[in-house]
Design a protein around this ligand. Structure first.
Ligand code: NAP
Length: 312
């Protein structure tokens, strides 16, 4: 039988949103647990350099993730490693967050599970993942030093990661399905200044291989209808993210699965909050995830006071 542990607030996910929530909640004197599957820091851990987190200048993703963790645990947030199998609502309105060996019980659960990369869904993508196709520039970029690299996507991730790859190779091309990048203008400018080639209005038709690794990519130019094939050694795909919101099937979500919250970060289920990349929000940044976490901790604490007062 699983061991049972009681907390005021249980946070699921240890990215910037979850860790900031843990920090604020523990600092407010709430007994706080944070459950993380991998390493605390979330997706920051795979970002080469972050330059837009206010007050810190240029820092590595690893550094910022470690600082978030240090500050949260410094205030008493307890971090547990494990995979959450489900969240059960108990009759008294509190929750049981279940892992294989422990049930974490609390009146408040904060969903901070983030999102995972979306696939391009083209022939060859799955087959050559790990053999030339990658979703992480800092993890796999060094394998393609001085090689010919293609980046797919038009958002901040694609443009920013292409700049990291440009440090490793002077032959980096980015391809986007439209004639304008979605990324912030400052990132697009920096990317253009870095000498990254662009292939606009172009979709990837297939990733082709030879001897078990990527050899070339076939493109369709949407303006001219021309189909062409060009040789590449590495293909890095950044075409958006899919929210990891499956743990809370009853929470209201948008069409893609991002969890809807009010301005207090509370979902439609009293006691369940959502923060960071898993939340339905128009602008996803480390700073906005951290702000979500602080807001959720504040109102979660108020919520606990409210339910405690009502029970007398
Ligand atoms: P995103 O903003 O959702 O952009 C995804 C890109 O992929 C879009 O350009 C989209 O094209 C393209 N795309 C989607 N599906 C595609 C498909 N099937 N085939 C081809 N292209 C496809 O995702 P993201 O860049 O990963 O960013 C996620 C969030 O993190 C954003 O809120 C972003 O601002 C934030 N972020 C911020 C920073 C920073 O501030 N430094 C860095 C990284 C990420 P369309 O444009 O045509 O839709």
């Amino acid at each position: 039988m699983a061991e049972e542990k009681r907390f005021d607030i249980v946070i699921v996910g240890g990215g910037p949103g979850g860790l900031a929530c843990g920090q604020y909640s523990a600092r407010a004197g709430r007994k706080t647990a944070l459950i993380e599957e991998m390493a605390p820091g979330g997706q920051t851990m795979i970002i080469d350099e972050i330059e837009n987190y206010p007050g810190l200048g240029k820092v590595s993703g690893y550094e910022i993730g470690a600082k978030f963790e240090e500050q949260a645990t410094g205030f008493g947030c307890q971090i547990f490693f494990g995979s959450v199998d489900g969240i059960e609502r108990l009759e008294d309105g509190t929750f049981k967050v279940k892992t294989s060996d422990t049930d974490y019980c609390s009146p408040v659960v904060v969903i901070a599970t983030g999102s995972k990369h979306r696939n391009l869904e083209v022939p060859g993508e799955k087959e050559f993942t790990g053999h030339g196709v990658s979703y992480c520039a800092t993890c796999d970029g060094p394998f393609f030093k001085n090689r010919k690299i293609l980046v797919c996507g038009g958002g901040d991730s694609a443009c920013q990661e292409s700049m990291y790859l440009r440090k490793l190779s002077d032959n980096v091309t980015i391809t986007h399905r439209r004639d304008r990048f979605r990324a912030q203008a400052s990132i697009v400018k920096a990317m253009t200044d870095a000498g990254i080639k662009t292939k606009m209005n172009t979709t990837v038709q297939s990733i082709n291989g030879e001897n078990g690794k990527v050899k070339s990519v076939t493109f369709l130019n949407k303006e001219t209808g021309e189909v062409s094939t060009e040789e590449f050694d590495g293909v890095f795909i950044f075409v958006g993210n899919i929210p990891q919101s499956q743990l809370v099937p009853d929470c209201e979500k948008d069409g893609v699965g991002f969890i809807k919250t009010d301005s207090h970060m509370m979902t439609n289920i009293p006691g369940i909050f959502a923060v960071g990349d898993v939340r339905d929000t128009p602008f996803r940044q480390i700073v906005t995830a951290a702000a979500d976490g602080a807001i959720a901790a504040h109102y979660a604490s108020e919520y606990i006071d409210e339910i405690n007062n009502n029970s007398y």
